[in-house]
Write a protein that binds this ligand. Sequence first.
Ligand code: HEM
Length: 405
Amino acid sequence: MTMSDVGPLHDLPEWVEPPRPPEFHPRGGNSWVISRYADVSTALRHPGVEAEEPEKAIHALAERTGAAFPYFELQLRCFLFSTNPPWHAKARRFIRQAVRQIEQALSLPVSGEIADELLAATPRGVEIDAMPCLCDDFPDSVMARGFGVDKDALAEVSRRTTALFNSLKRQLPLRVVRDYEAQAEHLAGLLDRTMRGTPTLDAIRAAGRQDGEFTDAEIGALLAFLVLASTDTASTLLGNTLRLFGRHPEIVAAIRDEPDLLRTGLDELFRFGAPIRRLALRMTTEEVEIGGRVIPEGSRLLLDAERAHFDPAAYPDPGKVDLRRGGPPSLAFGGGAHTCVGMLLGRQIAATFLARLVERCEISLTDAPADWSAADLTRRLRSLPIIIQDHAPQAPSTARKETTT
Ligand code: HEM
């Protein structure tokens, strides 16, 4: 199958390859690549598949060398999607109630006001980098308001947690693990200073301490993960979608004609601009059959959600953005036991910002080529130079336009 067989993928980075049946990955240390939509969905829900736990490798390294990495190990254990029951179930319950507290502190009008203020303060007619100015700033501001903390403090927690999260990508030599341990210790101090003392955070911490369920350090590390999970993903999605809107003003025009399309077609925008390319590594705990292939016990599964999103068997003509598409739910929020806890809030953040943007602004991209980040776990723009102008509303057109790329 060639690229042209799966539709016009010209809006995607050239690295997106058509999905294939499960394949053994000879250089991946006993890994299998799963890339068809149906196979990724099966793997996410298969009882013989669980999350790989990188904390175990660091713990083994500590035992082998006689070193200790308590801060780093704790932070790794609090990256929920790399954990399994019973800790995963207990920590997920805590995070769920923390998200509920944040949702209570936020309401649609609050998020809308934040979007309005941000867009009003954005200079018109000059080139700006939309990644820091809009895409990072909006989710950071919303989450900071939800927690009741200062936005810059929250951004610093996010930045430092991201640095530790990046450790998951490779095998770590002892020297590097020592460095991560120092970074994790610094993060713990930062969390102690900044992520407490507001009504929302006090309520979250009190619930976590109840019945001695979590120590203060565990609560802090779980909060750091929550900050990372909620801000980086949303800003990445906004960047990818702004670029799509800039390249395809007809999508913006269709939403202006029929604003409800943004709500009903939101999952299509998440499919097209999904931030997470590869879900956290999974391991088989028994021999499993996925997509007609028998995969032995103890294999690592690389779940390629990005290629699954362009699987013509799940999404006919997958290179086309069709806001009226009725296909299967996207994998942008994962699936199975690790499905995103903040899916509703994430959708709300995206929908609120995009609705305000479409209503008020015209976006033009500059001629600069897309500046994709080198990170292979996410599809994130490092920068997005754009020019914003005010949108002058006209009388609504009666003709409905088709939304295509
Ligand atoms: C655009 C927004 C978002 C996207 C695209 C997104 C995507 C995802 C994905 C793909 C996963 C599963 C990872 C895996 O299985 O390997 C996940 C997990 C998670 N997300 Fe989100 N997310 C978003 C927003 C949020 C928000 C706003 C919150 C919290 C307020 C949040 C909290 C979490 C948590 C706690 C998990 C771990 C769940 C578990 O492992 O049990 N996310 N997210």
